[in-house]
Design a protein around this ligand. Structure first.
Ligand code: KIV
Length: 285
């Protein structure tokens, strides 16, 4: 049976009824196929693809063009899942116009259901400009990797009462601006739980505890594919790095030992052609 695609009003209903929403990142066609088959509610083509796909140290070098290419592939694989394009650094910081233009690119070129951008109060006019273009906006507050230099590195936020106040004010400003959903990253559950109760829009956690309306994990962490570092909030459900490395080691061993390929991996000549072929090669002797 074809999966029913959920939209923002469905996520609102799920929040109201207490049904949790499951969200992961995806960057490529095969992963998005698995995600849709597994029944994920939402997919984020995060700029974390900078580390997880391209091997950059962080998300800073990621471009709009890279995000579009990966989002298109995910969209093709998961037509019945809510897909969110992630605005990379430089795509929305300069002006409202540029923010709207790049969000429109996501819609026209990759057929996204929504875009996500980082920052609370300081991106309010950008959120409004993108909403004015008719595009669904997901806010992202707390630890915001694109501006990690300004917030003291990749550190949890909201761990003091004053820092928690800033996170709460960012959350309220994002909802007031009209964003339809909000992601909170690396914030204590006491703070994110309070925000999830206070806001009407669905509030998601990545490293912000269980008391939100849904959860996001980076797929490469979840399946054990990205192993350079693993944040405290990650739960690993598989060890793809080990499975793939072991498979590749077996292949190397087989090739070196002449154990691959065997007859079952070969195409044989069509019946009756062998004799003609024996004659033919004699021409070359
Ligand atoms: O790019 C991404 O995957 C993200 C998550 C870290 C929230 O923005």
């Amino acid at each position: 049976m074809q999966k029913k695609k959920l939209m923002v009003h469905d996520f609102m209903k799920m929040k109201e009824s207490g049904e949790k929403i499951a969200w992961i990142t995806a960057y490529d066609y095969p992963t998005a196929l698995f995600a849709e088959a597994a029944g994920l509610d939402m997919l984020l083509v995060g700029d974390s693809l900078g580390m997880c796909v391209y091997g950059y140290e962080g998300t800073v070098p990621v471009t709009m063009d890279q995000c579009i290419v990966h989002t298109e592939a995910v969209r093709r694989a998961a037509p019945n899942t809510f897909v969110i394009g992630d605005m990379p650094l430089g795509s929305y910081q300069v002006s409202d116009e540029e923010a709207a233009r790049n969000a429109i690119r996501f819609l026209k070129e990759a057929n996204v259901d929504a875009i996500k951008l980082e920052g609370g109060k300081r991106v309010i006019s950008r959120i409004k400009a993108i909403l004015d273009a008719g595009i669904v906006v997901v806010g992202h507050i707390g630890l915001t990797p694109q501006s990690s230099g300004q917030i003291g590195g990749h550190k949890a936020q909201g761990r003091t009462a004053e820092s928690a106040r800033m996170v709460i004010e960012d959350a309220m400003a994002t909802e007031e601006a009209g964003a339809q959903m909000l992601l909170i990253e690396a914030v204590p559950p006491e703070v994110s739980g309070f925000i999830a109760k206070k806001l009407k829009i669905p509030v998601f956690s990545i490293g912000a505890g269980a008391d939100c309306d849904g959860q996001l994990l980076i797929v490469s962490d979840l399946i054990g594919q990205f192993t350079a570092f693993t944040p405290k909030f990650v739960k690993r459900y598989a060890n793809v790095a080990e499975v793939v490395t072991n498979a590749l080691k077996e292949y190397v061993k087989d090739v070196r030992a002449g154990a691959f390929p065997t007859d079952e991996h070969c195409y044989h000549m069509i019946k009756g052609e062998e004799e003609k072929f024996s004659k033919l090669i004699r021409e070359y002797e």
